[in-house]
Ligand binder design. Structure first.
Ligand SMILES: [Zn+2]
Length: 361
């Protein structure tokens, strides 16, 4: 079992993950509706070149081109019987680039096996049971493991059941697991999960993921706020992941583009670090140029002594949803209430202590 990610986390305060896969492959010629995973066979050179450019830009963690590699997603392209080949090939391509680039640069690069949602709804809303989901994820995870990934990276999840199924499936390989939700619907996932609820779920998972957090969604400000709302509920030792989109999406000639500049993503990386994330990367729209700017920003950044509040995030990265704002306010009330309760308890103890002390002397 690879302990590369665990080791790097114990040696370094932060690690830089990579940027987008999908949007960068569109730039390289992928057509809307085509499965990016098929390019592992049709254009392995372009997948290699994307991984290499992320590693050259400074990524410590590079994700395989296997996001839609479960049998349920591959079914859309009538490739449901090729789960093994799709995922193993994706892992091998990424492994060879990471090892070659790592050797050239004299550092270790983690290969993370990307696992995205099945695209199916789970019972009682849809046809899939958690057990069936876990089996499909296990099939994908085993193939990624066979191709040599260091860690399984379950991302863009919105349902607690599906995330639990994915962790159960991934766990069959014995590899470490990282998992992230996408909070893209007014501060919640599409299925209604808040960042604070997500933290509770992550804490209850067996095996417990090595790191957890948020990815994708609706912009850097919203992503950092989700992480802010997570770290408010997290344990101090938790490793939190921030992998946000490159600004806000907009349509140009029928194609989604993202408005984030490298400067914005550099500031996003600093803020993600300040709010407590230790693994920081980009999602949709994040190019190697953005990753390079993020690397430089993180390397020269001294994290703020105090966690920034929401006003700072909005001021530097832009507006966030009302839902995310309310969660932050609630969490702050909760923290204030807890501090007050603690103070009151302290005062009560304080009153008792002199009396007890007096009796002892
Ligand atoms: Zn994304």
């Amino acid at each position: 079992m690879s302990d590369r990610l665990h080791r790097l986390l114990s040696e370094r305060p932060w690690l830089l993950a990579d940027g987008a896969t999908g949007t960068n492959l569109f730039e390289a010629g992928l057509k809307t509706g085509d499965a990016p995973e098929l390019w592992n066979f049709e254009h392995p050179d372009r997948i290699e070149s994307l991984h290499r450019s992320m590693a050259e830009a400074g990524s410590d963690i590079v994700l395989t081109n296997s996001f839609g590699g479960s049998r349920h997603r591959l079914k859309l392209h009538k490739w449901e019987d090729r789960v093994q080949a799709v995922n193993e090939t994706a892992a091998k391509i990424c492994r060879s680039v990471a090892d070659a680039e790592g050797a050239r640069q004299g550092r270790e690069i983690v290969v993370a096996g990307s696992i995205g949602p099945t695209g199916e709804l789970f019972e009682p809303l849809g046809p899939l049971t958690v057990a069936e989901g876990a089996e499909a994820f296990a099939e994908q995870a085993r193939a990624l493991a066979a191709g040599g990934v260091d860690v399984l990276w379950i991302e863009t999840m919105s349902s607690k059941d599906e995330l639990s199924a994915a962790v159960a499936g991934a766990a069959t390989t014995g590899l470490p697991i990282v998992t992230t939700f996408s909070f893209d619907t007014n501060g919640r996932t599409m299925m209604g999960v808040t960042p604070a609820e997500a933290v509770q779920l992550f804490h209850s998972l067996q095996p417990r993921p090595i790191a957890y957090g948020a990815n994708c969604g609706v912009g850097a400000a919203e992503l950092v706020t989700a992480v802010l709302n997570m770290t408010g509920a997290a344990d101090p030792g938790d490793v939190i992941v921030a992998k946000g989109n490159c600004g806000i999406p907009y349509y140009v000639e029928g194609r989604i583009q993202y408005d984030g500049t490298p400067e914005l993503m550099a500031d996003y990386a600093r803020l993600a670090r300040d709010v407590g994330a230790r693994i920081i990367g980009g999602c949709c729209g994040t190019s190697p140029a953005h990753i390079r700017a993020m690397r430089a920003a993180l390397e020269s950044h001294q994290p703020a002594a105090e966690r920034p509040d929401l006003a700072t995030v909005i001021d530097r990265l832009g507006q966030v949803s009302i839902g995310a704002e309310q969660q932050f306010a609630l969490l702050r009330c909760g923290v204030a209430a807890a501090a007050e309760t603690g103070e009151a308890a302290g005062r009560r103890r304080g009153r008792r202590r002199p009396a007890g002390g007096g009796a002892a002397f």
